[in-house]
Design a protein around this ligand. Sequence first.
Ligand code: ZN
Ligand code: ZN
Length: 247
Amino acid sequence: MPALRHLLKQQFHKAIATLLPCSCVLCGKTCKTLVCPECHLQFFKDSTSRCVQCAIPLISTSANPHHCGDCLSTAPNFDHTIVVCNYVAPSDQLILAYKFGHRLAIAALFAEMLRDAALKEHQQSLCDVLCPVPLGRQRLIERGFNQSLEIAKPLSHHLGVALYPALLHRSRETAQQSSLHPDDRHKNVRNAFTIDSTAIELIRGKHVGVVDDVMTTGTTLNEIASILKRFGAAKVSNYVFARTPLH
Ligand SMILES: [Zn+2]
Ligand SMILES: [Zn+2]
């Protein structure tokens, strides 16, 4: 039934798109998609060589072709990160339109691009279950939706991987990571998440995928991977639309 509902929703959105002209979120040109084919080609055909673990762009002189220096010296708790693009202009406009302009249709576009990025990585296995980074209660009331969950829903469908929306909870409100000095970010999210007790059996020995819209330093995702592994997850991969390119 959820598959049928998803299909009907897709058909509805396609029908609306053919009836209503709209403009590209990035360049403003009239088109029938959220991002015109030209912008898509220019900004989202990412051929950047990235660290497999944290997805930071690797410099051409890197000694290791797969991992950045930071991951080699202090390995994060997650094993793998899939991203679509860097969090830079103009692709950051999509995130802003989505999160603060409440253009929820953009979540479907993010999910499609994340699916393509995930399927491109042949040597990495797909995760067994997906979950979103949870929002605190207060932030959820303010925004009205969890941006990670809205991406995770269509991504789960595209990848054929089960989604557990309430696998993780925020046990307390945290300050926005982007507002904090990097040194304070770890303290801000330490012990900020809990796992639903009924879901522990679902992740034991499993490869868990964690969905988020933006990865900045990776501190939040690292804390989440830590708790998932403490409760028995065998492997944790992040599925993130945009990555801030510098630590
Ligand atoms: Zn465009
Ligand atoms: Zn790395």
